[in-house]
Write a protein that binds this ligand. Structure first.
Ligand SMILES: NC(=O)c1ccc[n+]([C@@H]2O[C@H](COP(=O)([O-])OP(=O)(O)OC[C@H]3O[C@@H](n4cnc5c(N)ncnc54)[C@H](O)[C@@H]3O)[C@@H](O)[C@H]2O)c1
Length: 363
């Protein structure tokens, strides 16, 4: 049933949800109605800071509440499937934070839960809503660079330059890294791989190298891929530099993207971090440089647009970025890169299975 205003409940009100909360401010189409977390102190703090009166430590109270329309799943990754499937089965719409899940079988279970229920599932990935990336996508679609030829992602990450992430948030990430799901490719890299598909389409095959820094960090890496059904190549160059001050209000990283076409090229600068004081988007074609200086460069803008897009999509009876199927493809892409680097050969994301991942990643 289409509504004019959707009540939202969050399962998990951890570190990233402060950016979700801001998106619900001054937005009449959705109301942040109920919060759930197993951390009692954090839950109480959010209640006070956000002014959301309904709180619970038991997620089942959210599922049985008829006034909840949308459930946001913002927990550690290994819990995504459980909450997503139960919320869809309880008749809710669900927006789950990226990545969809650690395994393909869990992702498939979520897709099936969406298929057997009336609620919509989207796997929230904010980068595809970042204003400079949205504008770049429109320019590409309008033919401004001609036929696309290649796309290159550059990620620099470090330790200093941004706020501190809470220790308990870091801990479960480190445990995940220990299982072979490194933060740079599987977790944060998910955003870049999502963009790679957003800009150019599905991936045919991949290869590359990934080294480790300080045991847990899956950088530096040099990764390449070929797109399906077109002559377009992609690459991802990432390096961890602990002594570089990565200026950011959010996480200490620096992102750059270059997209080459037959008639021109696009350069994208900054996203999570903002090291250089330059236009977020530059287009070169016909001997001229156009700088897009008017775009909102604050990373929060991608959360505000992305969080708001889900209730709007429900109202307009359309999908919201990113569907669970697309999210499963991003997961396979990430694992294909990790496996390819480990065994030193080419891999097709379509050939990735959970058994293959287990066999290669676990000692
Ligand atoms: N879009 C982005 O750029 C971005 C950035 C950071 C995190 N994320 C994603 O957001 C999600 C959460 O990450 P985070 O950094 O906020 O982690 P976090 O650890 O700070 O928050 C997770 C919260 O889930 C709660 N939780 C755990 N088990 C629960 C349960 N059974 N019931 C209710 N609550 C439970 C924890 O107490 C914690 O408060 C992850 O999927 C992560 O990948 C996305």
């Amino acid at each position: 049933m289409v509504k004019s205003r959707y009540n939202v409940a969050m399962i998990g009100v951890g570190d990233i949800t402060t950016l979700h909360y801001r998106a619900y401010q001054n937005f009449s189409q959705a109301h942040l109605y109920k919060l759930c977390d197993i951390d009692k102190n954090l839950l109480e703090r959010r209640r006070q800071e956000w002014g959301v009166e309904k709180i619970t430590m038991d997620y089942r109270e959210i599922l049985v509440d008829p006034d909840v329309d949308i459930v946001e799943v913002n927990t550690p990754h290994h819990l995504h499937q459980k909450f997503v499937v139960e919320a869809l089965d309880a008749g809710k719409h669900v927006s789950c934070q990226k990545p969809i899940s650690p395994t393909l079988v869990e992702a498939q279970a979520m897709i099936e839960a969406e298929e057997r229920n009336s609620g919509q599932l989207r796997i929230f990935e904010n980068f595809v809503y970042y204003p400079a990336y949205q504008r770049a996508k429109s320019l590409i679609e309008a033919g401004d660079i001609g036929e696309p030829l290649s796309i290159r992602f550059k990620l620099g990450s470090g330790i200093f330059g941004s706020r501190w992430v809470p220790l308990q948030t870091e801990l479960w990430h480190l445990m995940e890294s220990e299982k072979g799901m490194g933060q740079a490719i599987f977790d944060d890299g998910y955003h870049k791989l999502s963009l790679a598909i957003f800009f150019m389409g599905e991936i045919e095959r991949v290869k590359g190298f990934i080294d480790r820094s300080f045991k847990y960090i899956d950088e530096p890496g040099q990764l390449i891929w070929k797109y399906k059904d077109k002559n377009v190549l992609g690459s991802f160059d990432l390096a961890f530099s602990p002594n570089i001050f990565h200026k950011s209000a959010y996480y200490p990283c620096d992102e750059r993207v270059d997209i080459m076409g037959t008639k021109g090229f696009i350069k994208l600068s900054g996203c999570t971090g903002r090291i250089r004081d330059e236009a977020p988007l530059t287009l070169y074609r016909d001997g001229q440089v156009v700088m897009y200086e008017d775009l909102d460069v604050d990373w929060q803008a991608s959360f505000t647009a992305g969080i708001r897009d889900f209730p709007l999509a429900l109202m307009e009876n359309r999908d919201s970025l990113i569907s669970a199927r697309r999210a499963l493809n991003i997961l396979k892409f990430a694992y294909a890169l990790i496996i390819a680097a480990k065994i030193g050969t080419e891999i097709a994301p379509d050939d990735v299975t959970d058994d293959y991942v287990r066999q290669i990643l676990l000692p």
